[in-house]
Design a binder for this molecule. Sequence first.
Ligand SMILES: [Zn+2]
Length: 467
Amino acid sequence: MYDLLIQNGKLVTPDRIYEATVAIHDGKYAAFLDPKAEVEAKEVIDAKGNYIFPGIIDCHAHLNEPGFEYREDFETGSRAAAVAGCTTLIDMPLNNDPSLLNKEIFDLKMGKVSKHSVIDYALWGGIVGDYSDDPNGIKSNIKDLVDLHHCGVAAFKGFTCPNGDLFPTVNMGNVRKALETLKPYGALCGFHCEEWGQVYEREKEAKAKEGRTNEEKIRDFLDAHDVWTEYVATKNVIDMARATGGRVHICHVSHPMVAQVVKDAIHEGLPITAETCPHYLGFTEDFVFEKGAPAKCTPPMRTREDMEKLWDYVLDGTLSCVGSDHSPAADEEKDNATKDIWHAWGGLNAIQYFLPMMFDMVVHQKGLSPSLIAKVMDYNPAKVFGLYGRKGAFEIGFDGDIVILDPEKAWKCEQEKLLTKGHVSCFNGLEGKGTPVCTIIRGKVVAEDGAYREEAIGHGEYVTPVK
Ligand SMILES: [Zn+2]
């Protein structure tokens, strides 16, 4: 007798959609059965003809614990993710204090976060340079990377542009050294690609202008982070992959010109992968002018033409993963009433509508198959971040993760429904169709109909790359 059966669902994979009953036992997929098969189980869930995904992986999320729990912690971030149909997230090594830079900090972080995550999680480790303004500040952690790799982090993240003293910028020397150090272990290094020099100079010049209206400041911000900053950093980082043979992942590609650089590198045979985010696929500069501070992120949203063209690179597999880049802030750090575009937190409250937004765009707006969702939000992230073998597909023995999604059920982003700590989100007011109605992790229901289960707090497990 199985522990759990999910009946009457349509299983969505990157290649096809088919009807089957999913049987889960001891937290793992145990069988995929003919819908008419009569089998027994302790519990049966009726998927009512809805789509079933084998989990959804958010490969890029900042949950801010330890250090900035006033913005978000693992409990609040993961419960918001759970109701949104996310089963695994990969947490960024920043915005943390301390940032995840060595084994000691890994132990400290695990001591906190392992107690209360609702969903499964993997971790990004950090790579930092020597560029803190503080003379007693953080020094390069290259010597700590191998130890951190042995802690089971799924990838490493570095920042090529100014990002504050807790996570100092890497230059190409640091990037090269990190790739050389980690190559023997096959570890993946991801980078936020905006070139330091251009961002620094252009921001300084723009901020010095006097008497600018809010609208003019937004134009200045968008210009300071224009595509050339992202393009140059991406090319540089790819050159370091070419020089070392190390595996490089380009985070949150926002522009087709950058995606083309990635595509050329993949064609050349370089070990490059890349991701984009829903906000670069569905929103433009106009949205930043309309919403102001709540829509501030870097790289910023681009023009309509750029946004439309970016889809080509999702469809051809260049941008193989889509992550939320959820980067929460306290309301007063992100609100138009308290902050202009320069002083607002740079990051979006995005995780609770990650899957619904993508589903609406892919299926209802673009008329594409939900298989694309299974591919870029589950199968590919599992492959890229080494979780395949446990996550990412309907395979016997993989974790019994299930997301049941009603394709026609309407949703609306509303401030009062947000389960994150911050309630300012540029997506508030947005509407669409395609709602996750049940999220199951390793055979256990963690969220249903927009509410998380209290008893699921702490159910989330640390997942590491499959050897
Ligand atoms: Zn990020």
